[in-house]
Design a binder for this molecule. Structure first.
Ligand code: FE2
Length: 216
């Protein structure tokens, strides 16, 4: 599902070091369409973190892990679609956070509950008119107790709407991505299981997102 020609993005040169290209075709979004409205859409621990940055000037592509962070380099990229699964969605804030290469949410800072609990490796982007977003980071590790696959948490906030969480990004074929895991998936925002592909010396995780319909 992640094979195909590399499509270059028309982005400002200043962003080129963070996001250069899309390394695959649209990801498998899971069992769509006709997903019901989730009455529990806003039940979410930590979604307040999505709102900890002013959205006005957020870029579409940003770093999570800083230069020098230990771990394998990884790029996350995707397109956010409206609930029809076809129309790109602009101005959607995406908040991502993940463990470090030892499986810990380490080096949190004291400003807020979520800056403490989510650790250093977190960042915010906002989709452009084409719905695209991306992050440059490192590949997280599973928790030290190995009770979960390695994962990247994603939360979204659409303009004027409350934030909600999506299915985590997890890596197909790796620890914990089992039949049991698949059976528990919610498919929030589509399928979070991605197959990593290689783009030179960096892993690429394509995670397209279909926004959820909002409860009345
Ligand atoms: Fe986690």
């Amino acid at each position: 599902m992640l094979t195909g020609a590399v499509a270059l993005l028309a982005i400002p040169a200043c962003k080129a070091s963070v996001q250069e290209s899309f390394a695959g075709n649209r990801s498998d979004l899971g069992p769509r369409p006709a997903a019901p409205v989730r009455t529990d859409l806003y039940n979410c621990e930590g979604c307040e973190g999505t709102l900890e940055r002013q959205s006005a000037n957020l870029p579409a592509f940003a770093r999570i892990a800083p230069d020098g962070e230990t771990g394998e380099a990884m790029r996350i990229e995707g397109i956010v679609y409206l609930p029809d699964g076809l129309t790109p969605a602009p101005d959607v804030v995406i908040y991502a956070h993940h463990t470090d290469a030892t499986g810990l949410y380490s080096r949190g800072t004291p400003e807020t509950e979520w800056s403490r609990r989510h650790g250093l490796l977190r960042s915010w982007v906002k989709t452009g008119a084409d719905g695209r977003y991306g992050y440059r980071t490192i590949k997280p590790a599973p928790y030290p107790d190995m009770t979960m696959p390695a994962h990247v948490h994603l939360m979204v906030a659409e303009p004027g709407r409350r934030p909600y969480y999506l299915d985590d990004i997890v890596f197909d074929g790796e620890h914990g991505v089992t039949d049991a895991y698949r059976s528990r998936m919610e498919y929030r925002g589509g399928n979070g299981i991605v197959r990593l592909v290689r783009d030179g010396d960096i892993w690429v995780a394509r995670r397209d997102i279909v926004l959820e319909r909002h409860p009345a």
